[in-house]
Design a protein around this ligand. Structure first.
Ligand code: FES
Length: 149
């Protein structure tokens, strides 16, 4: 069901773990299944110099989390915000249709971490990111109610 790249990243994910003294930590949940992802960012001169993740989720969630950290590492915040779920799915060589929703988890956690970094540092937050933050927060509340009570 999964291609070789996805299985390889699931078995040997990159950038797993935490960053001590991270500049920002973003948490996102998947409404469909209740799985969660945490992304840690180290940012210097508006560039993501280090990024790590912890994911409670399926093989597709682990593989997409790993891929998003690879795609975002070394990018400016502005460019990291341009990464889409399609970019992730494409760079993984595809995902089974019923697993596409898993790729949202990684994007949401990355965007949330960037949002919180910008907020904490009183920097301008793009309108779409503010909307994304509202949606991610709302989803987390629903997930808490639905899966973790
Ligand atoms: Fe939950 Fe894949 S089934 S993220």
């Amino acid at each position: 069901m999964y291609n070789k790249e996805v299985i390889e990243l699931f078995m040997h994910p990159k950038n797993v773990g935490e960053i001590k003294n991270a500049d920002s930590i973003g948490i996102a949940g998947n409404l469909v299944c209740g799985d969660l992802m945490k992304i840690y960012l180290k940012i210097k001169n508006e560039k993501i110099t280090n990024i790590k993740f912890k994911t409670l989720g399926c093989a597709a969630a682990i593989a997409t989390s790993s891929k998003v950290t690879e795609l975002a590492k070394g990018k400016s915040i502005k460019d990291a915000l341009k990464i889409t779920k399609d970019d992730i799915v494409k760079s993984l060589g595809g995902l089974p249709l019923q697993k596409i929703h898993c790729s949202l988890l990684a994007i949401d956690a990355l965007r949330e971490a960037i949002y919180l970094y910008l907020k904490k540092n009183n920097k301008k937050i793009p309108e779409f990111l503010e909307e994304e933050h509202q949606r991610i927060e709302k989803n987390k509340k629903i997930i808490e109610e639905r899966f973790h009570k």
